[in-house]
Design a binder for this molecule. Structure first.
Ligand code: ZN
Length: 305
């Protein structure tokens, strides 16, 4: 029998990652392409369609593609058909991605918040057993948050559950890409580190920031804000497992021990602190591509191995 694939795509601000994922989570034909080489006109959907049609016609894949699953760094409507708003990508507003691509490509298309795909990947990779509540917080450029209840992503009334990065920090006047002022993700995400390098540590490359300045108060406070964000989620949900990941916590010399200590400090005693299952996830370039497969299986009910 021919192997079938799910095409997984991770839409990022600067790069798109795409791959053909098997039921056993192997990836074929992985590509990382610059977003501006795909989006070449004002018509985002037409550009995406053209790129996908080219990819689907690769000789190794042709005729064996079961579905397409796309992860967006954006809020997505409850029906998982329309991309609503992306804090960092202004061209991604109110895009009817699913209807458009299904009509033009003639194949099932699923969309999800990219962070849900990342959480599905980690669930599989770290062999997290079925449980009632699994939560993930990912600290990259911004803060990604996904919550799974009994194996399914928590959607919320409008599809907009899990926007932990947009809780307000008292006193902060910083404008966020979401339209609010003072959001945590501007103070506990990679954007803050970029700002520190621009304004304070002007001779430091961002990749060396923890190596050169990790002991200084500015960065210890930054780690504390990450911990406060994670602990807020733990205190609300009392999850079976709490996964923390993303590019920031996987930077060179990031003080993971301090982060774990601070998360425990900010978590309510005796519970949920005493029984906390905290897992720090490593970064993997293909996370959201591979995690796209389970999102599709949920809809297609394919066997997963
Ligand atoms: Zn915000």
């Amino acid at each position: 029998m021919k192997e079938e694939y799910i095409i997984g795509i991770d839409i990022g601000g600067t790069h798109f990652r795409i791959g053909a994922v098997t039921g056993a989570h192997h990836v074929k034909c992985f590509r990382k392409v610059k977003a501006d080489t795909v989006l070449v006109t004002d018509d985002v959907l037409a550009d995406l369609k053209r790129y996908l049609a080219d990819y689907m016609s690769l000789p190794e894949l042709k005729g064996n593609i079961r579905a397409i699953a796309i992860g967006f760094p954006a809020t997505v409507d409850r029906a998982r058909k329309v991309v609503l708003q992306a804090p960092n990508l202004s061209y991604m507003e109110n895009l009817p991605v699913v209807d458009y691509l299904q009509e033009h490509l003639g194949i099932p298309v699923f969309i999800e918040r990219d962070v849900c795909m990342t959480l599905f990947y980690d669930m599989h990779t770290y062999q997290i057993p079925e449980c009632e509540i699994l939560a993930g917080c990912y600290f990259g450029t911004g803060i990604g948050n996904a919550i799974c209840i009994n194996g399914r992503p928590l959607l919320g009334r409008d599809g907009a559950a899990g926007e932990l990065g947009h809780i307000a920090v008292p006193g902060s006047q910083e404008k966020c890409g979401c339209g609010l002022v003072g959001c945590m993700e501007n103070l506990a995400g990679g954007k803050y580190l970029s700002r520190l390098c621009r304004e304070v540590y002007t001779h430091t490359e961002i990749g060396d920031i923890f190596t050169e300045h990790g002991e200084e108060q500015l960065l210890r406070d930054f780690v504390d804000r990450i911990a406060i964000t994670v602990a807020a989620e733990i205190n609300i949900l009392n999850p079976d497992y709490m996964i923390v990941g993303g590019g920031v916590i996987n930077m060179k010399d990031f003080p993971k021990d301090l982060l774990v200590k601070k998360i425990h400090e900010h978590t309510r005693k005796p519970y949920p602190e005493q029984s906390l299952n905290l897992l720090l996830a490593e970064d993997e370039e293909m996370k959201s591509v591979i995690g796209a497969a389970p999102v599709s299986y949920t809809h297609l009910t394919l066997p997963t191995t």
